[in-house]
Design a protein. Sequence first.
Length: 147
Amino acid sequence: MIFNTIWAYIYYIFLVGCCGYAVCRGSRSEYFGAAIMIAGSVFTLIISRLFGTAWTSVEIGIFATDIIALFALIYLALKSDRFWPIWATAFHLLAVTVHTAMMVAPQISSWAFATGAVFWAYPMLLALAIGSSENTPVLRDCEIDPV
């Protein structure tokens, strides 16, 4: 079975909902943001299934995936004219910081490490959804006659 807890189901429903909304409502920045978040989640799922995650020490594969996603979000924030990528990048930087904290202080409990690493995905997805909702589509052929 792919998902072993109810929280995994909740996260992936939230991921599909926010990214689907971004694709339907957003523009190019939202498409790339959704792609980064989906790719990061899928790669994390694959790595955790292949190598297992005990969350008792730094999960190198997940950490590498998060670093790659962080650089992709930084690039998106620099190239985009939207504000939500800045927020999403900041939230993801906090998730990467949790991995770094585990490197510095390995006595951190596995529950705190796992919760801290996973928690920041929700504000990232909310930033994407809110950014998508604030996107104003460009009107191509305005049907209002200037009388």
